[in-house]
Design a binder for this molecule. Sequence first.
Ligand code: MN
Length: 145
Amino acid sequence: MKIQNKTEFEQQNLFGTGTPNTAYARYFTGDSFLNPLTKLGECPVFLANVTFEPGCRNNWHIHHASEGGGQILICTAGSGWYQEEGKAAVSLEPGMVITIPPEVKHWHGAKADSWFSHIAVEVPGTNTGNQWCEPVTDGEYGRLQ
Ligand code: MN
């Protein structure tokens, strides 16, 4: 469900908005927020609730791994987009789960007119690492509906 009002959205955002995602800001268009749900060192799987303001999305990127790896998105609030290179964008709503294989170029983020949150799960693997690529242009993003 699309939600434009931040106060109303935060009532729906059960896993918490957290704090500004400054560490990765250069790989995002617009403002995002991060709320870690597990601690590396205490748990081998890292989960964080990622919140995107309306219009915010991450750059095209690839989750590399030689074995295992990839990412799982558990959609938690608002309305967003997920797109793999060469494919149509998928509309994201709370309750949906997206499995992103390793080595597949993709991006994810909010709709232009809604806040959006997903829990991002880093799937454990061998030789894992993210490769950040070019931003999703306003032209590409603006055509989605
Ligand atoms: Mn990803």
